[in-house]
Design a protein around this ligand. Structure first.
Ligand SMILES: [Mn+2]
Length: 356
């Protein structure tokens, strides 16, 4: 167990009025225990009590064993996976991880009608927002790698290339630099870029296309996530105007980041630039999201976010403009809030580029 993180989570439980919680998400378990378990359909749950009692329940196939500070209670395939857990938990309110399968929760409720499940991810999620020193180094390292991979991806633009070939190139470049795994990379040519979540398909590059690279992967468990938009062979007046608006929105939001600034204010600052430029209705998503052991995690960077910038927070700033049937532009950096401002983790330039 990471004792510092555990103590902060226990304090968060007390603040939230939660005497006991179940932590079950792979990434949250890793954050607290250092164990990386992908249970798929099987059951794993860390039971944490505000008095510091902690017990891990899970299938024996995960290969875990008890330690002095963390007992492990195993079940086998074919057993009722929640029986031992149901026998242990205390009556009353029990905080449940937002990502626990309903089949386990309903099983637990059938065993224990005296237990009242409530949403219980908040103490862990809240703490995961504030990266400690080791995590800050991991985030910097991942984004430095991403700057290199972005350069390689843009260098891969050439006549006849397809989106999915570039997505494969991005994954190869990641793996060569020690990334944990491959992922679905968003490579979007021309009109495909108007869909914010288009992923690379067989579309062939054409002169005049905008090209969006939204590329992300974990390295040593911590994610990078960056987007750049470039133009192939030529750029129209309209493309240039839209690009400069998005770039100004990105830079205006980043310039405003310092401890104490509400994240909703950052969304407002970026949106104002794009709205005043006449494209407010084409910026269809929130400004950004927290990033860490999950690519998308708290805090939310949107107009309804209640979060406030605090040192150690890492999140994306990714305004975009999407013109269906024409093209899209998005520019995204990961940023880290520091004691007196912000560190932009991505250094790849944002000047408009026309690739010959
Ligand atoms: Mn992102």
């Amino acid at each position: 167990m990471n004792q510092q993180r555990l103590q902060r989570v226990l304090a968060g439980m007390k603040a939230a009025g939660l005497e006991q919680i179940l932590v079950t998400a792979t990434t949250s378990l890793y954050y607290l225990t250092g164990y990386w378990v992908e249970p798929h359909e099987r059951m794993i749950a860390l039971w944490l009590c505000a008095d510091g009692k902690a017990v891990l329940f899970g299938n024996e196939i995960f290969g875990l064993s008890s330690t002095r500070e963390l007992p492990f209670v195993a079940h086998k395939d074919g057993d009722d996976p929640v029986a031992a857990l149901a026998a242990a938990v205390r009556p009353g309110k029990l905080g449940i991880d937002k990502f626990w399968y309903s089949k386990f929760l309903i099983g637990l409720m059938e065993h224990r009608p005296d237990v009242r499940p409530v949403l219980g991810s908040q103490p862990v999620d809240e703490n995961r927002q504030y990266k400690d020193e080791a995590e800050r180094q991991a985030m910097r390292h991942a984004s430095a790698m991403n700057d290199q991979v972005m350069a390689a991806a843009i260098a891969g633009l050439k006549a006849g290339v397809r989106e999915n070939e570039l997505a494969a190139l991005v994954n190869r470049e990641y793996l060569a630099r020690g990334a944990d795994c491959e992922g679905t990379q968003l490579v979007c040519f021309g009109p495909n870029g108007a869909d914010p979540h288009h992923s690379g398909d067989g579309t062939v590059l054409k002169p005049g296309d905008s090209v969006i690279f939204d590329i992300f992967t974990p390295i040593s468990r911590y994610w990078c996530d960056m987007t750049r938009t470039v133009f192939y062979k030529t750029v129209s007046q309209k493309q240039r105007q839209v690009y400069e608006l998005v770039r100004r929105a990105n830079e205006a939001a980043e310039a405003a980041i310092r401890p104490g600034v509400p994240l909703g204010k950052l969304d407002e600052i970026a949106r104002k630039v794009i709205t005043e430029g006449g494209y407010g209705h084409c910026f269809t998503h929130r400004l950004g999201h927290g990033c860490g052991i999950d690519c998308h995690e708290p805090p939310d960077v949107s107009g309804v976010s209640q979060a406030v910038c605090q040192p150690g927070m890492v999140f994306s700033i990714e305004p975009g403009i999407y013109l269906p049937g024409e093209f899209g532009v998005r520019i995204e950096d990961l940023v880290m809030v520091t004691e007196d401002g912000c560190e932009v983790l991505n250094k790849y330039p944002k000047d408009l580029q026309v690739i010959e």
